[in-house]
Design a protein around this ligand. Sequence first.
Ligand SMILES: Cc1cc2nc3c(=O)[nH]c(=O)nc-3n(C[C@H](O)[C@H](O)[C@H](O)COP(=O)(O)O)c2cc1C
Length: 364
Amino acid sequence: MTYTLNDDSPLLKPFDSGVIHTPHRVFMAPLTRLRAESDGTPTDLQTEYYRQRAGAGLIITEATQSSASAGGAYMNTPGIHNDAQQAKWAEIAEAVHNEGGQIFVQTWHVGRVAHPDLPGGDPVAPSAIAADGKAHGPNGSVPLVTPRALETSEIPGIVDAFRTSARRAIDAGLDGVEIHGANGYLLHQFLGDDTNQRTDEYGGSPANRARIVIEIVKAVVDEIGADKVGIRLSPGHKANGMNESDTVPVHQELLRAIADIPLAYVHFLIEPTDPVLATLRPEITVPFLLNTGFAIESDFAQLEKLVADGTADAVIVGRWYISNPDLVERLKKGAELTEPNQATFYAPGAEGYTDYPSLETQNA
Ligand SMILES: Cc1cc2nc3c(=O)[nH]c(=O)nc-3n(C[C@H](O)[C@H](O)[C@H](O)COP(=O)(O)O)c2cc1C
């Protein structure tokens, strides 16, 4: 497939927000690729992978553990909660900066999607309700378990892990942090009325269900500055067993509570035709990044239109960046795009990870 972005394409206009200054508006999506060490330390292979993709303008990294007990949904996901991990992230940041790119780390807690068979897996959630799904651990696929409901007294520790991991990110030289509030992981589990049946101040009303997310945004902003912070949300996304019935009011509460904070961006994973987007869009007071999602293969004509008409300020692209490290160069030239090989999305090693050619290496 080919697509040509003309010189006057809205996607080729510079983007400036907070610490982000990029020459175009086609940013790289957070993509879990399972190439870290089993203890969450990033590897040289990851450094090379991100270095190759520095032309994305802004890279949002794969989801990364905010604490030692925040992961355990998949094997070999990275963390950013100890010195060894931080040192390796510093190498990644330097490699991306040397190529002229910028990089935000996406920090997460997987909540009930964790499995006790996996390293760091501590399935906790707002309520003791299991997700319908499987974990992929050392012993193969296993059904997810019923999580333990977090005590109210544990919540400050969860918030604090997002704060301290953000501090480590900045100390490592990364440009900023994206708080992962999407895709059915812990923060989304708090937002959802199906997954959150708490009776304390973190459950019940939309304002209560949004509370932990608001506290995390404020804590991270307080630690590193709003200009270095973004948040990803996926209102209504039925990922990891989510099935919210009131996604609009809870996301409204959240967006209103953070409206006065000059975040670098708010990022949604949502289909552009979803009426939830039209309802929530006016609540967003900072630059808006849109990932059109799994239902539609990123259609670049549509992405151009979404930025031209102001629906989004920049677009986020996932799978095309997996297989085209120099995606924007290819789009500028109308060069053939390499199709991604799904079989190697989560496989170990360089194959399907760092061996996709750029135009330069392809023609060398
Ligand atoms: C291999 C793979 C890994 C992903 N990992 C993450 C992740 O770590 N964090 C996240 O927020 N979304 C993750 N996603 C979702 C992507 O960010 C994106 O929303 C999705 O791929 C749709 O965009 P696309 O059509 O441009 O690929 C992942 C998707 C894929 C295909």
